[in-house]
Design a protein around this ligand. Structure first.
Ligand code: SAM
Ligand code: SF4
Length: 434
């Protein structure tokens, strides 16, 4: 991968452990990767989590799913040139999905970038740091006290699907499930450190298969559910084809499992789904949602939608709007299609004009704002369980309900506490409860 020898010309300033600033963009998997890097830096004897101006090393955890995410990383890298020049010995390293996509050509493109590494194989990077810093590393540094209540826990890496628009299988590799025993142990460690809500992560989390005994996500959830002290369990992101009845049973029956299912649909038109190679039809998808609503009382459903995919006609887009209006999701994440070099769709014409993509994006946002507002309004007078996550500037406590709605609670409540409160007001995006 090395186009030119990777450098890390870091000179430690003074007689102190080197300090690291970690910048991150992208999905929850990158948040989990950034957390894992922090732990590895601390283990090595470096101090993670410092402000950029006080750092010796800047690390970027990047995303390549859309061009916009890549542009953000490039612009951050651009800004870091002056930061690096302002004190000799500073270094810059980059990891995440951009490495899978561009590899070491990044070192040629950004001359002030010192090191790129694959998040799946960070050992070489840490070995290089160990060599460079030697004397300045005095064994593990305690991680700064964390009041972290929520944590992401990756359980399956990579993706075996081949959705034609998506770069993930190319940059994150094939699926590989982590041992259930190790996941359970990590869940216990997180809870011991104060975490009360865990989200099990994977690009296609419901195709998890334990390497020990071939059991799936429902069995893994049952194991994590039993970790003493854990209050809530969620999982992200599921593929509609693998949303089994047993998974719905797990959501319904396990005490910590939250009544929430995020199931990306991407389009409400069969022809568009075919071009995307999603491998299900709209009616098959709708049947999964029907089963979910029948099996899990009060389940919140959310989805991802791409507008302006190659060849998306006005009728196809109208089918997507119609499907969204019919299902009435609790939440919809919508993106305009962004062509990704190397994917199958990249060979097709990106023929929906930008202005039309923007219009369609706005139409979805507007429709969903109205639906979310109506759904949240219908909760006024109902009791919701809120896990308090913190306090706003006005001192009010806020948190999320089991269905993942943001709620402000107008009573005394401490972070980590779970309170049952009655909804008194609602907007499209939040509830107020007392
Ligand atoms: N595995 C999940 C699934 O089956 O949909 C989602 C993971 S993907 C990294 C997250 C979201 O990014 C997708 O649901 C999709 O909406 C969006 N996405 C992926 N590739 C995209 C592209 N080329 N342009 C726009 N959005 C894209
Ligand atoms: Fe990408 Fe499709 Fe895999 Fe999701 S399932 S990560 S959209 S290839």
């Amino acid at each position: 991968m090395e186009a030119r020898p990777q450098r890390l010309p870091i000179a430690v300033s003074g007689d102190r452990a080197p300090r690291v600033n970690i910048w991150q963009v992208g999905c929850q998997m990158n948040t989990a990767d950034a957390d894992s890097l922090s732990e590895q830096f601390a283990e090595l004897g470096m101090v993670p989590g410092v402000e950029l101006e006080n750092a010796d090393l800047a690390v970027l955890v990047t995303c390549a799913v859309r061009q916009h995410a890549e542009d953000r990383a490039s612009s951050r890298l651009g800004e870091l040139a002056a930061w690096k020049r302002s004190r000799p010995g500073r270094g810059i390293a980059l990891t995440g999905c951009m490495v899978g996509e561009h590899g070491s050509s990044l070192l040629r493109r950004f001359r002030h970038l010192d090191y790129v590494f694959d998040m799946r194989e960070p050992d070489g990077f840490f070995a290089r740091l160990r060599d460079l810093y030697q004397g300045a590393l005095e064994g593990p540094v305690p991680l700064p006290a964390s009041d972290r209540l929520l944590a992401y826990l990756p359980v399956i890496l990579g993706c075996n699907e081949m959705c034609t628009y998506c770069i993930v299988p190319f940059v994150r590799g094939r699926e590989s499930s982590r041992p259930a025993e190790q996941i359970e142990l990590e869940a216990r460690r997180l809870v011991d450190r104060g975490v009360v809500e865990i989200t099990l992560l994977g690009q296609n989390v419901n195709s998890y298969l334990s390497p020990e005994d071939g059991t799936g996500l429902p069995e893994l959830m049952a194991k994590v559910d039993r970790v003493p002290g854990l209050k809530r369990l969620r999982f992200l992101t599921s593929h509609p084809r693998n949303a089994s009845g047993r998974l719905l049973d797990a959501i319904a029956d396990l005490p910590t499992a939250c009544e929430q299912l995020h199931l990306p649909v991407q389009s409400g038109s069969d022809s568009c789904l075919g071009r995307m190679k999603r491998e299900y039809s709209v009616s098959e998808y709708l049947r999964v949602l029907e089963r979910a609503r029948a099996r899990v009382e009060g389940i919140a459903l959310s989805t991802d939608v791409i507008v302006g995919f190659c060849g998306e006609t006005g009728d196809e887009f109208a089918s997507t709007l119609g499907m969204l209006a019919e299902v009435r999701f609790d939440m919809v994440h919508v993106q305009a299609y962004s062509p990704r070099p190397g994917t199958a769709a990249y060979r097709r014409a990106d023929d929906v004009p930008l202005a039309v993509k923007k219009e369609r994006l706005q139409s979805v946002l507007e429709l969903q704002r109205r639906i979310s507002q109506e759904r949240n309004h219908s909760l006024i007078g109902a009791d919701v369980e809120v896990l308090i996550e913190g306090r706003g500037e006005d001192g009010r406590a806020y948190g999320r309900t089991r269905q993942n709605r943001v709620a402000w609670v107008e009573r005394q409540a401490a972070p980590g506490e779970t309170v049952t409160a009655r909804v008194t007001a609602a907007t499209a995006w939040q509830l107020v409860a007392a």
